[in-house]
Every structure is written in C-alpha cells, then in structure tokens.
Design a protein around this ligand. Sequence first.
Ligand code: SF4
Ligand code: SF4
Length: 184
Amino acid sequence: MRPLFGKKDFQAIYDRTNTDSCVPFDCGTLCDSLCCQEHDAYGIYLLPGEETMFSQQEPWLTWNTQNAREHGFPESWDGDVYFLSCRGACQRDLRPLQCRTYPLAPHLGEQGEFSLIFETLDTGYQCPLIEEPARQKEFSQAWMHHLYQSWGTLLNDPLIYDLVWMDSEQRRQEQKSIKRAYGH
Ligand code: SF4
Ligand code: SF4
C-alpha cells in the first residue's frame, strides 16, 4: 500500500482534534469506558499512514498486523494493516483516529455525499451516546466540525476513500438505520 498521507498530515489532524471531546464531560463515567475496554479486546485499526505517528515503543500499546486481503479490507489494499491493543488506557494526544471519531463514523451516500453518522457496527456493547438520543444534544459542534474537516481531507487518499465507501455500501446492503450527526 502507498498511503497518500504521512506523519506531517496525521500530526496536523491529531493537533486539530487533540483537545476535542464529544461531550463536555467524561462520557466514560456513563458506561465505565465500555468502548475503551472493548477496543482493547478487538483491536484498533490504523488508517494507511497513521502508523507514522507512533514509535512502536509506546508502553501502553501492543502492535499486531493483519493481512489486508485476508481480513475483508478493500481490494485496493494489500500488505499488512496495523491493529493495536491499548489495555484500556492511552496517552491522550496519541489516541488513534478511530478513537477520536467514535461514537460517530464517516459515511458516504450513494452519490458520494460525505457525512458523519452514528456508528452502526455491532460491537457487543451499547454506547449510551448512541442509544440515548437526549444525550446527543450535548455533542460538541467543534468536535464534529474538526472531525468532518479531518475526514474530508483523509478521503482524498483513495485507500481511505475505498475503506469508507466499502463500509457505507455494507450499511446499505445490511439496511442499517443511518442517523446523520453532521454533514450532508
Ligand atoms: S463513547 Fe460511548 S461507549 Fe465510549 S466511553 Fe463514551 S459513552 Fe461509553
Ligand atoms: S487508545 Fe485510548 S481512546 Fe482508544 S480505545 Fe484505547 S484507551 Fe480508549
């Protein structure tokens, strides 16, 4: 794989989103940080090029790789994909983009319209911010705006576009209920 973006680009995205959080309080207090505990069990996938943000010596991370062709990634992907386990704790300014985005996810409509939606993955746990619509009124506009800008940039990498398109197509095929949070 030849990612379009490298350390400078991901650093700019991390800088833009570092101090953001989805709600103005620690949502981990609602659920005992379910997504962090479960991400540790399942692993956190890095986007192509995102690995340049890490030394691979971070004591809170365990590194693994999976072959893209064998693990359901887009056909344009080849070689290894990095996925991490974090033991449920991290250095906040290095949390991966997947963590910065949850409980939202990037989505492309049938005409390619880009939006942030509530994640539809079957995770085996229930995020209160997805399940309780009243809480969504507290979502930070700055967080959503910065994420939307960041993903808008990242979609210029055909590899990342293909991943977001594949996930979006899968939602359509599975007739998932799509709830938009930000964008078109
Ligand atoms: S994003 Fe959802 S599951 Fe994760 S800590 Fe916040 S409320 Fe809990
Ligand atoms: S890296 Fe941080 S934010 Fe991401 S799952 Fe681990 S503890 Fe949670």
